[in-house]
Ligand binder design. Structure first.
Ligand code: ZN
Length: 99
């Protein structure tokens, strides 16, 4: 993603400053990962909503994010709509699978 000129990771159209976008955090380090280019990316909310891999992506993010606690015990959670919210408590039951 180029600085200053954001393009949508799904449709590759430019993202206007006033557009409603999903900003995904940088959470996939492996560049061979099929979802790599959607990590640390901007995506039109309309594109995100109809994206076939949306559920997988949100699950992946939440699995990683639940392991990364802030000092106050909260962690980031992505909703099905792509919004990031802070959550608290409830340790994840299963550890993430090995990368
Ligand atoms: Zn788009």
């Amino acid at each position: 993603m180029k600085a200053g000129t954001a393009t949508c990771a799904l449709c590759h159209e430019a993202i206007r400053p006033d557009a409603d976008v999903v900003l995904s955090p940088d959470f996939i380090a492996e560049d061979s990962d099929p979802l790599f280019c959607f990590s640390n990316a901007a995506i039109h909310r309309a594109c995100f909503a109809v994206w076939g891999s949306r559920k997988t992506f949100v699950l992946r993010f939440n699995r990683v994010a639940a392991q990364l606690r802030y000092d106050d015990g909260t962690y980031l959670h992505m909703t099905a709509e792509g919004d990031l919210v802070r959550r608290r408590g409830g340790r994840p039951r299963t550890p993430p699978p090995p990368a």
